[in-house]
Write a new protein. Structure first.
Length: 371
């Protein structure tokens, strides 16, 4: 087998069928829960995906990868990096759901000494660490709204501000984000910022689940048999026709990672050099079907206070001068417009006296002092 080393993963080609394979180093030996460790491009859908990757990789545009758990999103991100002009720079992978809400801001953007309790020294965040290369943010849909605002600003300004600092640090990073959530639905429900969604989705890839690319199932199974068989010092092992039929009929809710575990278990039970259907142990779990539109409950929009809080946090990030006066003017002007320029009703709505309201309207140029 001819191997082309492209750290930190390998692109290999099978000797006879020239089947492209993406593989993490020592993938079988490593402990990588719910992550796919190999991707084979045999099915027509996979070959189309490979061609799309080759088209977007040379660009420096942000990319969004959408796919179910276990479909190999990180492997695809690594391949994009390896085919890009940043291949000699670092590739760093961060799972946004792995940190508490209190820590994720510090992890991504860094912090200064004394920024919070326990910050005994300054620390660069993942964006700074990935400078000159690619940062892969897995499960980006798990980011809280106030951090989505900060991430959007980083992508727009190409600089980060560490927690506890006001000094911006320029960065040169290509961002690849991934999620197994429906981000469009999250946008409609107010859980994900629309402007950030479009900023991430400059280039996008939809990874089909394993059940939708059956042409990859048996090649993947044979790959795992070869990998685990070598580590177990087994001789050549193959699948019986009935075992192959069982594998092809399964819906694979856990995708590539589930298939890997099934093959590993089958090798532990093998009696000879042929794996039969009796040695294939499949989970009875099924991926839940999406509810019918008529039965779906209407989405609950965020409350007015929540929307106001989000808008205020965005202003805090922008740090405009004289912020309080800016907010006061917006509140009074909008109330005056809402009450159709009736000063008495506007004052009553805001809970202030008419004299205070009038003074502010004059100050803001909404009315003439002689009026």
């Amino acid at each position: 087998m001819e191997n082309l080393e492209l750290p930190p993963y390998t692109v290999a080609r099978w000797p006879i069928e020239s089947r492209p394979v993406l593989k993490l180093p020592d993938a079988v030996a490593s402990s990588r829960p719910i992550k796919a460790t190999v991707h084979i491009f045999e099915d027509p859908k996979s070959l189309a995906l490979l061609e799309r990757i080759r088209m977007i990789a040379p660009s420096d545009a942000n990319a969004l990868i959408i796919g179910e758990t276990g479909t190999g999103k990180e492997l695809i991100a690594r391949h994009i990096h390896a085919l890009s002009m940043r291949a000699q720079g670092p590739f760093l992978a961060v799972n946004c759901g792995a940190f508490s809400e209190n820590l994720v801001e510090s992890e991504l953007f860094g912090h200064e000494k004394g920024a919070f309790t326990g910050a005994f020294a300054a620390k660069a965040g993942w964006f700074e660490a990935a400078n000159g290369g690619t940062l892969f943010l897995d499960e980006v849909g798990d980011l809280p709204l106030h951090l989505q605002v900060k991430l959007l600003r980083v992508l727009q300004e190409r600089e980060v501000v560490r927690l506890g600092s006001r000094r911006p640090v320029p960065i040169d990073v290509r961002l690849i984000a991934a999620t197994n959530n429906d981000l469009e639905r999250a946008v409609l429900e107010g859980r994900f910022r629309e402007d950030l969604y479009y900023r991430l989705r400059v280039a996008h890839l939809a990874l089909p689940p394993l059940r939708e690319r059956p042409g990859d199932i048996l090649p993947l199974a044979r790959h795992f048999i070869e990998e685990y068989g070598r580590r177990m010092n087994y001789g050549r092992t193959r699948l019986s026709p009935d075992a192959e039929a069982v594998l092809l009929a399964h819906p694979w809710p856990g995708n590539i990672r589930e298939l890997e575990n099934v093959i590993h278990h089958a090798l532990l039970l093998r009696r000879n050099d042929v794996i039969t259907r009796d040695e294939i142990s499949l989970s009875s779990l099924q991926r839940p079907q999406a509810p019918a539109p008529v039965a779906a409950e209407p989405a609950v929009p965020p409350s007015s206070i929540e929307q106001l809080d989000t808008a205020l946090r965005a202003l805090y990030e922008e740090m405009p001068g004289d912020l309080f006066k800016l907010i006061e003017r917006a509140v009074i002007s909008s109330a005056y417009e809402f009450c159709q320029h009736n000063q008495v009703q506007s004052a009553r709505l805001l809970g202030i006296s008419r004299n205070v309201l009038r003074a502010r309207l004059i100050e803001f140029g909404e009315i003439n002092a002689l009026k």
